[in-house]
Design a protein around this ligand. Structure first.
Ligand SMILES: C[S@@+](CC[C@H](N)C(=O)[O-])C[C@H]1O[C@@H](n2cnc3c(N)ncnc32)[C@H](O)[C@@H]1O
Length: 209
């Protein structure tokens, strides 16, 4: 994991985020007590560049929060691209809806209120990129539900895989054990190429072979 100082340096030496993203970042802290859940400028710009580099047109985000990353992804999508994003919490969904409504390319975002564990199996889409960023205990469920059908070259991104660095602790709590076990399972999965990157709280990039 990189230090806060290094992260700030990286942010300052990356392209600036849009005014809308800067507004959502501020409002996420002001209007919720979980502002830290937004991916932030560095991670969202990494995700946006991946969308551009891969040419992804159909993106699934599991866990919308205030739509910070949904909008960062939409900004990077091609003309006919679309990001589907699922949020279970009505208050988060309400704030996300407000920001998406104010966004000029709002038609490129499909915001769904519901439990992603129920919604994901009902979405009849072929994904180019899937960002898994909801309750960490459900990561394996989403990955297992989607990986077999993912096309070759399709990407997954998994957030918070370092769990504040606790994955290297000798004495791990239950949640850390779960995250560590899933990281190990992913690294051993021969269907995919996996790179765990120490950006922010750790993000794993997975590419279907
Ligand atoms: C870390 S935040 C997402 C942050 C967002 N992706 C971003 O980068 O700005 C996780 C979100 O997932 C939502 N969530 C948790 N469990 C969920 C589920 N089963 N279905 C849909 N959303 C869920 C939470 O309410 C929360 O808003």
């Amino acid at each position: 994991m990189i230090s806060k100082e290094i992260e700030t340096y990286c942010e300052l030496h990356s392209s600036p985020t849009s005014e809308l993203l800067q507004k959502i970042a501020r409002q996420s802290y002001l209007r919720t007590n979980q502002g830290h859940m937004i991916s932030g400028p560095l991670q969202s710009s990494f995700i946006a560049q991946l969308v551009q580099l891969s040419g992804a047109k159909r993106v699934l985000e599991i866990g919308t929060f205030t739509a910070y990353t949904s909008i960062a992804i939409a900004e990077a999508l091609p003309e006919n691209g679309k990001v589907f994003t699922i949020e279970i919490n009505p208050e988060h969904h309400h704030i996300a809806q407000e920001f998406i409504s104010s966004y000029e390319k709002k038609a490129s975002i499909e915001l769904i209120l519901g439990d992603a564990k129920e919604v994901v199996p009902t979405l009849n889409e072929s994904w180019d990129l899937v960002l898994i960023d909801a309750a960490k205990k459900d990561n394996a469920f989403y990955y297992d539900a989607l990986v077999a059908e993912m096309k070759p070259g399709g990407l997954f991104l998994l957030d918070n895989v370092l769990w504040k660095g606790k994955v290297v602790d000798k004495e791990q709590d239950k949640r850390t054990q779960l995250i560590d076990a899933f990281n190990k399972k992913l690294a051993a999965d021969t269907r995919v190429d996996v790179t765990l990157l120490p950006i922010r709280d750790g993000i794993t990039l997975i590419r279907k072979k």
